[in-house]
Design a binder for this molecule. Sequence first.
Ligand code: FAD
Length: 529
Amino acid sequence: MTATTHELGHRPVRDVVIVGGGTAGWMTASYLRAAFGDALRVTLVESKNVPTIGVGEATFSTVRHFFEYLGLDETEWMPACKATYKLAIRFEDWRRPGHHFYHPFERLRVVDGFPITDWWLHLRPGERFDRDCFLIASLCDAMRSPRYLDNGIFEQDFREDGDTPQYRTTLTEQDTQFPYAYHFDAALLARYLTGYAVDRGVRQVLDDVVDVVLDEGGWIERVTTAEHGDLSGDLFIDCTGFRSLLMNRVAEEPFVSYQDTLPNDRAVALRVPVDMARRGIRPCTTATAQDAGWIWTIPLLGRVGTGYVYSSSYCDADTAERTLRAFVGPDGEEAQANHIKMRIGRSARSWVRNCVAVGLSSGFVEPLESTGIFFIQNGIEQLVKHFPGRGFSDAVTASYNRQVANVMDGVREFLTLHYYAAARQDNDYWRDTKTRPMPDSLAARLESWGTQLPDIENVFPHYHGFESYSYAAMLLGLGGLPLRPPAALELFDDAAAQRELQSIRDRTKQLVDQLPSHYAYFAHLHGLP
Ligand code: FAD
């Protein structure tokens, strides 16, 4: 180790430089301020010329921990970001045209030790497992808000935002399943967080980084900007998106591509103004299967974000745009298309010496389960937990890299399952999803899921944001794999399970009757017609 390397590596970190002002950059800057306050100096440099990716508007329910950590209440940030609620993802046409099901933010009820989905397979009480086993599927079909007009929430077995938290929680210690996430305008969120961070002392530099200067040991000494000279620091955070400006300079190892298992590598996106009073607002993200991928529909207040995620091996950009425009209809005629190349996979290491990649520069999988912002949140939380306050340590860096890699590898498995388990096989794209290589670990798990739905013991073993109920919901909804109930259920008295299924039906009916529509909730809140 050289003298300079020694100096940089062992100096306590007090000066952080973030490069990039997209969702990743501003989420990181805000969170570091919220965590460490004045103990840390944070500078964020963002280009006036390089645009942000311009998409990324649906989230996970755990994103609430991020806002809570910052001390931000829904009533403050949601209106500023045109945000709506998201109770589930609605999968359309993945089994066959006209079919849909939901992957909700709702854990399964358990009867006599067996999840209700096991009982459902055994008893087959109806056509729709999602409506029979979860409350949220019916709320989505009926386009209901998760909150009443007096702001009360439909399920109360978790701590409400209004309570004064005694301490702040992060992703991995979440003990209850909060029933909704958000859709928001990503550009407005970045602007909102800019205000939050700058008000609390983050220095914002609007400029292009034109050089990354390393010492002879490969540690970043400073970045050079076009107009503001050099910015030096102890720790540099690469939030430059798919460009990975800093990481490409410090890391020699190859990018770990997921393309062999997840071939979708392009997207075309539109922002479509819609008349919400006429159309209503679905309280969910929709993923509609297409000939060479799928289309997302994300309803915000006043517009919809939509885009076709596809594989360039099966579809060209013109066809993708035409397909998307035909799907959207006349509302989208004036909308400008944003064509995006996606790099699917992750950095072998997201933290190398004094450089940490957060956001698209660290890794990305197609947005089928809205995991981009979740990856950012996880990366930031882990950075705080592993923060090199006394200087850098190889063991701490390795621990961070392991955790971040596990999260992305786990999500890769889950998404691979979506394609493999989908019944749809009507063209080469969908037929090939059944023969493509898959992670070895997933192949082994699939065998066991044929005889017993996924449980905590046999899903991807490291934290990756998805619990076994999500796997069960996808397998039951996608419909392409044979599933059997546990043999033990044949020997049980099913009276308790029948009662539970009835109680779900009763409660669902009550909620659909009592909750306002998702549109009516926001119209009431914002004084809309
Ligand atoms: P970017 O938004 O690309 O920001 C990069 C920043 O770096 C910009 O500010 C740019 O100006 C700056 N920069 C670049 N070069 C320089 C330079 N030389 N000097 C200074 N600054 C520079 N995630 C979800 O959670 N939900 C979704 O529904 C979702 N949908 C997605 C759909 C698609 C098609 C794609 C591609 C991604 C989606 N994501 C989604 C992921 C999400 O968009 C990203 O995780 C999120 O926007 C973070 O992006 P970023 O900040 O890492 O990069």
